[in-house]
Design a protein around this ligand. Sequence first.
Ligand SMILES: *Cc1c(COP(=O)(O)O)cnc(C)c1O
Length: 341
Amino acid sequence: MIDLRSDTVTRPDAAMRQAMMDADVGDDVYGEDPTINALEARVASLLGHEAGIFCPSGSMTNMLGVAALVAPGWELIAESQAHVLRAEAGGHAALAGVTSRTWVSPDGTFTVADALALMSRPRGYHQVGTAAIAVENTHNFGGGRIADIDELRTLRRETAAAGVAVHMDGARLLNACAATGISAEEYGRQADTVSLCLSKGLGAPVGSVLVGRADVIEKTRLLRKRYGGAMRQAGILAAAGLYALDNHVAGLADDNAHARQLADALAAAREGIVDPAAVETNIVFLDVSDLPVDAEQFAAQAAERSVRVSVMGENSVRLVTHRDVSPEQIDTAAEVLTSLV
Ligand SMILES: *Cc1c(COP(=O)(O)O)cnc(C)c1O
């Protein structure tokens, strides 16, 4: 099987497992796991922030970032397909009392004016005030689109002047860095809190790190405990993250190139199925509305020919490239999918 459903399907390789075996560990609830402490410091410095906190999942790092920035009853504004609002089981509302409003980006690109137009300061006792704006970089359901750095800089400047915070869902931020050559630090500086996933393209089995100012991260340590996410000798997991940062970052450029290869092949095979210009990182969305099959049927036909894809809507299929799919398998997947379209 060539599994293009998600980059979360990546498995730890032998060398990563060895690094996990060799990890120094301690009780992280006492702050005594040296490997977790090293990972938190490493990601904080990578993203240009003071401190970091290691969590089991990206849903939890987003949860903590938003909960630290938005008090109950205040609002978070985000794009309508944002992972924080669409794919984290409503945690921000259910657990932190965060209300939300959304702007719509039809193609996944980030336009700062859309976000700023929604921003509201509380007036009287009735109107909900915006406490934070979330930006997803890269935007998963937006097709892996990269948030433009100048738009992000404007967001940072305008929100700071208004006393509104910025959370960046940077689950795949390093895919953006690989595509643009802009440093993780430069992107990271455009937000108060940034989450980064280790278990996507980076290939670790578990984990995400949230970074921010030391006092903000300190506040999230209490919340992580409350949500049941404080772990003990989890340095064994953090070691996988450190190994990934040392060894798997360079490969993200290949993942991005593989997505482009698939998009180019499919666009050449059938007009309208994908806009290759919209494919900036490792995610490709296909629009199968002109095909005689719907997305479910398309996925079933692909699976019969050993290619697994995700169904994202009635006519929407998602392909995600990652380090467990080799260049030869990308060639094969391109053949299979082009013959299907
Ligand atoms: C995967 C992902 C997350 C985190 O998901 P978990 O499965 O909870 O680790 C957050 N944001 C985006 C954009 C993602 O793609």
